[in-house]
Design a protein around this ligand. Sequence first.
Ligand code: HAM
Length: 415
Amino acid sequence: MQLLPGFRDFYPDDCARRNYILETWRSVARRYGFVEFDGPVLEPIELYKKKSGGELVGQLFDFTDKGERHVALRPEMTPTLARMVAARERDFKKPLKWFCVPQFFRYEKQQRGRLREFYQLNCDILGEPSPAADAELVAVVIDLLRGFGLGEKDFVVRLSSRTAWQEFFARAGGQPEDEYEFFQIVDKAERNPPEKTDAALAKFGLTAQQVLDFMRSKTATAELAPILADLTARGLGGFVEIDYAIVRGLAYYTGVVFEVFDRSKNERALAGGGRYDKLLSLMSDGKTDLPALGFGMGDVVLANLINDTPAAKAQLDAWLARERAADVYVVIAKEERRPEALALVQRLRDAGQRTDFPLTAAKIGKQFQTAEQLGARIAVLVGDEWPQVKVKTLATREEQFIAADAVLACFQPST
Ligand code: HAM
């Protein structure tokens, strides 16, 4: 049977690489004071039809379940998060700083950086209107990527604002109800030929040139200036550029928006997000009104960039080597001593040592080979000399006989 296009098998090596990304995400998000939450994989389709909008609705994996409910596999977390917080808003002290690492499904054309199934870290702050929250969010994005050994020369945060585009649109006589359509045209203006953009903008009395000129003005608006100042105070200013080409595709964004790209522009966006100050109110029919902002960072583009960046790749490889390595291999030199060897294996494992041993009788040379292949630091040989055992440091080949009872004292507990 063939794997579905855009889906992945995770063999142990792939799983380790995935876990490296997920664990690094979790550790940096926690360092910033974000706490983890999760939601269901399946949601009523209306949640995304009404709240996400744009391209995403055409990319849903949706079906009718046995109870005749029209449902979709989750393509993103923001509508779920808004629903969850709106339902129990009073239970939580503001601002909320929540993160999650869900698996998502989008029926996209499979290509570099885009699959139909992927993981995405989300960090969101709810209940804080101040630009300090926007800066905190951009800072965590930067530190997440730095956590993988990526630096200022490898990626850039492109900071923008839908408010700036709203004002531009209003100045040209545009109506608020047409704003989202206008944003979608702006979103594609850099990629589409100018004639196509001109044709789409004609009904608003605007031209591609006007839109592209505004896009290329790099001056920070009053909304963006304090965010830049905050990030500069943290020493992170060099990671950020103002770029009005960013408007974001999803419907719910209201103000500041941003996307993160690799500097060499070989990849799709690494992450994207912004403010969605109206979504909770929309979700709760006006009962809950909380300002909110967040971003999503996917694993696929990130893995490509790590692979193509030598320092980041070296950090990943070192992590993988540590992750794979056993601490101890117990060599059973005399099968008659298997019960004693099993007791020793058990004690080592109880003490937190990653310990392996031959499940069936094998030649001593073969066992040492296996120990090397598993990356074990130490081999403990159980044989004729029992209750003494031979402890061998595999890298240096140093060896010594010690009492089996004293073996545990040779090891520091694994951290
Ligand atoms: P998004 O821009 O749709 O935003 O996705 C964010 C990131 O997820 C992208 O920059 C990319 O790295 C990754 N991604 C998206 N689609 C795919 C795909 N088909 N394959 C691989 N990676 C993909 C959102 O999802 C918003 N809900 C983020 C957010 C959270 N905004 C506020 N809070």
